[in-house]
Structures are given as structure tokens and as C-alpha cells.
Design a protein around this ligand. Structure first.
Ligand code: PMP
Length: 408
């Protein structure tokens, strides 16, 4: 049974033994950042202790090793997402930078006045604001796919948004605020029927399900290591090679050039064209170790067990009077966003913390979703495979005690 097996993996995560307010930590903020297993921590220490040097530019021993390790991490990422070629994997600082790279490199080159960009109501601010900046600069327009009360995108409305001016679609694979899994494969196919490329924000999908960029046929796919048991400061932009080749570089500097003179600079080949300057070498190598760890556990097993946690948590929370789940639909990752009648989410988070329970409260960088449901904020419990049903019981007990405090 995957649950029993995965519960044993808790021992791989030293931070889970932390006590908060004298109580065992119940870490339910995995959608913001997940925790790191010992194997990734060991990898970072080993690298920094014995292998560190700057990459790509030297022939000396350490630089060669560091370069090999960095490029080995890129290969791991390629296989993890099923990219056709390794040069289609660009290391960035994270999802936000990946999206900004596409906005600058593709958007500023190919999107012009009067053109239209399709986004959805479920986007994180990092997949809204760059496109707004572009639209403002170019005189382009943003069109938004609406959602229903269950937090699902309306596909009919999506279809209707396409016209001769549509140039780009940017859409999340999974909503960070609600957990909704969007039908991205179908939506990509629809965009392609109109000849429109699609960027998928995979920040909340890549940690929880097997992603295959060739099966999805997405044009770009962005995600971050720190949500998938890896370090902060590193992420990936996958892009189809011919699109990446057609694009302007995002940042100028060392390593992204083939030759430089004051008359003319020619750019390096993929993927280096988009990796100006010294990259976060240690973080990239740590990302590779995190990919090894996740692959060993198995993404399908992770998805099955996390679904079990979702079902259990949904039942537990729905059974508490006065608590409502926002965006309760059957196609979700293990995220439960909820409100408690008469109690502000900030107070919920603060009081749960006193019970050792870590949830996130606020608008989750997705204010349009809050506006859609006419609420200022929610409390969000987001699960990883190392969470347990016992921790969900602790969450439910915590919610009941919050209600008691406010009933006094
Ligand atoms: N998109 C989604 C759906 C996210 O959940 C997040 C992180 N909260 C981001 C983008 C931004 O990721 P990062 O902060 O790692 O750049």
C-alpha cells in the first residue's frame, strides 16, 4: 500500500522532526515550498565541499567536474519531463524567471499592437503580471478564461476567445490557490488548431504528477525546484527548440555569447544563449538530486497517495460546520483552500501555528481568484507525499479549536 510505504519516507526529511510551540510540526505549506530530503542536502554539501568551481570556462579539474555535474543535472531534468533534446532545458532562477524569459524573448519579439494574449482566472500573479507589462508596452490585449463555482475553467468560453488576433496562451497546469488540475492537453490542442503557441506554468504540477512535455505538446513549460524537494533559486524553462532558437536572449552577459566585439555580438547556441552569467551551479546540481529522489519514489505512486490524502482532508474539513472549501472539484492535486465563517484567515493561520500546524493564509498571489469568489483570502493546506492522515486529523482538530476560541 503506497500510504504505509510513503509514510516511512518521512525519515528522509530531517526538518519534519521539528517541534513548534512544543508540538510536532505539521507541515501543510508544500505548495509554497516543499522540504528537502537528506539525499539532496548531502548532495549540496558534497558539491560545495569537494567539487565547486565555476563552470564552462576552465580546463582545470574542479571546473570540469562542476561542469559535468551541472550538465548531468540538465540531462536528469530532460528525462524527467520527457523533452526531446537536452538543449530544450534552460536553467532559470524559477518559474517566475522562466515566464519572464518567454515574455521578453518571445513576447517582445512576436507580439504587437492589437494582438491578444489568453490567460485564465486561475493564474498565479507571476503568469499575469509579465503579460500585462508586455500588453501595456505593445498595446496588446489580455483575454481571460473564466471559471465556474467549483474552480474549473470553462472550456466553451476558452474556445470563444480565439480570433485572428490571438497570438499566445499562458495557462497554469495546476492552480496554486485551489489545486484545480486544468485540462491542459486539450487546451493546448485547441490553441494549436488556431496556430497559437502555449506556455504552461507547471509550478504546481511538476511536483505531483508525471509530466511529459511531448505528450502535452506544450510549447513552453515552467517549474521551480523548491516545490519539488529541491533548493530555492533554481528552476527550468522547457521550450521547443525551434521556438527557443527564434527568440531574443533575455539577459546579456558572459556565457550567452559566441563572440563579442563593440561592432557586433553573436549569441551562443541553446541552451547557453539563455543562461547569461554564472548560474546557481550548486542549486542546479541539487535539483538533479531532487529529481533522482522523486523518480526513485515514483511520481505515479506520489500522485496516488496524495490523492488519498486529498480525499481524506476534504471529508475531514467538509464535516466541520461553518467551514467551506473554495473550489471543491474532483480534479485536484492535494490542496484544500478553505474559509471559516466569521474568522479571518490570518487569525486561522496564527492560531493553527500555535498547534504546530503550518498552513498558508492570504490571497496566494492569485487575487483574481479571490475576486471571483468575493473573498479577501483563504487558508490553504497543501500536502506532499510525506504528510499523513494523522496530520490531517491534527489540522481538523486545530480548526475546531480555532472555532472554539472565536466562540468565546
Ligand atoms: N506559478 C504558480 C502556479 C506557483 O504556485 C508559483 C509559486 N507560488 C509560481 C508560479 C512562482 O514560482 P517561483 O516563486 O518559484 O518563481
Amino acid at each position: 500500500h503506497p500510504g504505509a510505504e510513503l509514510a516511512q519516507l518521512r525519515a528522509d526529511f530531517p526538518i519534519l522532526a521539528t517541534k513548534v510551540a512544543g508540538k510536532p510540526l505539521v507541515y501543510l505549506d508544500n505548495a509554497a515550498s516543499s522540504q528537502m530530503p537528506q539525499s539532496v542536502i548531502d548532495c549540496l554539501v558534497r558539491y560545495q565541499t569537494t567539487q565547486h568551481a565555476n563552470i564552462h570556462r576552465a580546463v582545470h579539474h574542479l571546473s570540469e567536474i562542476a561542469t559535468q555535474e551541472y550538465e548531468a543535472a540538465r540531462h536528469k531534468l530532460q528525462h524527467f519531463i520527457g523533452a526531446r533534446e537536452v538543449r530544450e532545458v534552460i536553467f532559470t532562477s524559477g518559474t517566475t524567471e522562466s515566464i519572464n524569459l518567454v515574455m521578453h524573448g518571445y513576447g517582445r519579439k512576436f507580439i504587437n499592437q492589437g494582438d491578444e494574449i489568453i490567460l485564465t482566472t486561475l493564474e498565479h500573479h507571476s503568469n499575469i503580471v509579465p503579460w500585462q507589462m508586455l500588453a501595456e508596452e505593445k498595446g496588446a490585449h489580455i483575454r481571460v478564461v473564466p471559471i465556474n463555482d467549483a474552480g474549473e475553467l470553462l472550456l466553451d468560453e476558452y474556445q470563444k476567445l480565439f480570433n485572428a488576433n490571438t497570438r499566445f496562451v499562458a495557462l497554469s497546469h495546476v492552480s496554486n490557490a485551489l489545486g484545480t488540475i486544468n485540462p491542459v492537453k486539450e487546451m493546448i490542442a485547441i490553441a494549436h488548431e488556431h496556430g497559437v503557441p502555449v506556455l504552461i506554468d507547471g509550478a504546481q504540477a511538476a511536483p505531483h504528477m508525471q509530466v511529459d512535455v511531448q505528450t502535452l505538446d506544450c510549447d513552453f513549460y515552467a517549474f521551480s525546484a523548491h516545490k519539488m524537494c529541491g533548493p530555492t533559486g533554481i528552476g527550468v524553462l522547457y521550450g521547443k527548440a525551434h521556438l527557443l532558437e527564434s527568440m531574443h536572449p533575455f539577459k546579456g552577459g558572459g556565457d550567452m555569447i559566441a563572440s563579442v566585439s563593440f561592432e557586433k555580438t553573436t549569441y551562443n547556441e541553446l541552451p547557453y544563449k539563455f543562461e547569461a552569467g554564472t548560474p546557481p551551479i550548486m542549486a542546479a546540481i541539487g535539483f538533479g538530486a531532487a529529481i533522482d529522489y522523486l523518480s526513485e519514489v515514483g511520481l505515479n505512486k506520489i500522485a496516488a497517495f496524495e490523492h488519498e490524502l486529498l480525499v481524506y482532508a476534504t471529508e475531514a474539513i467538509n464535516s466541520i460546520p461553518g467551514v467551506r472549501i473554495v473550489g471543491d472539484n474532483p480534479k485536484k492535486v492535494a490542496v484544500v483552500s478553505f474559509t471559516i465563517d466569521g474568522i479571518h484567515p490570518h487569525d486561522v493561520g496564527t492560531l493553527l501555528n500555535e498547534e504546530g500546524v503550518a498552513v498558508r493564509t492570504g490571497h496566494h498571489c492569485a487575487q483574481p481568484i479571490m475576486q471571483r469568489f468575493n473573498i479577501p483570502a483563504t487558508s490553504r493546506a497543501s500536502f506532499a507525499f510525506y504528510n499523513t492522515k494523522k496530520e490531517i486529523d491534527a489540522l481538523a482538530a486545530g480548526i475546531r479549536s480555532v472555532q472554539k476560541v472565536f466562540a468565546l
